[in-house]
Design a protein. Sequence first.
Length: 280
Amino acid sequence: MSKTWFITGTSSGFGLLLTRRLLERGDRVAATLRRPEVLDGLRAEHGDRLWVRRLDVTDTTEVRAVVDAAFAELGTVDVVVNNAGYAVFAAVEEATDEQVRQVVDTNLIGSISVIRAALPHLRAQGHGRVLQISTAGGQTTYPNFGYYHASKWGIEGFCQTAAQEIAPFGIGLTIVEPGASPTGFGAALATAPIMPEYDAGPAGDVRRAIANGDFPLANDPEKIAGAIVDLVDSGEVPLRLPLGPDTYQDVRASLVARLEEHDAHRETALSVARDEFATR
């Protein structure tokens, strides 16, 4: 049975790959992006199965209006995909205030706004899926991506909470964590003037590794898009879906290291309990 998908950030990357794949198999797609003309070719090819609207997810009022219109005009939306994203590649002191705000407004507040706008409709229809596109950087970190990580760790925390709250309404939520892939996202990264104080340390090491081609893009974007569609078709609703060997390995190493550090402070943690709650 065909499905109707609402996808943000469909001008490129995973958003565009998903849109093409879904249309080719006969699904309907409500595609949103800041430059609707990018999808003119697909709209001519697929007709009314492709619903296109301009959307800047940092505009909360516009988010509500576009989400409301999608449900009103399409009747139902089965899957909401939060894919729009923005990142600045810079050390913590190098980024401008405007860049920091743009990352948070797009990746965190924008994603929250889309979910909040969709939930009343999903509850009313009694079913639906939310797919939050995150990254390995939603659970681990790399130098120069501090503000991107701040937004992705933030949205993962929000989604983990929301998933518990919306499950009774028949709404599933999965955080999708793709690894490094040649989608053009890297070329679109905002940058800032390099400070020599940071260039001599880990931030500079990562910059040079990327410039030298030592930071591999090991994942196939088409396979990632296919895995996302397959997950929805399977009916399974994991909280998180790691995609890519780098995601699997880096996130696992981060979780193990965090657990080891956590356990190392067990006695201190327990020592501050009030006497009547002390562990014996």
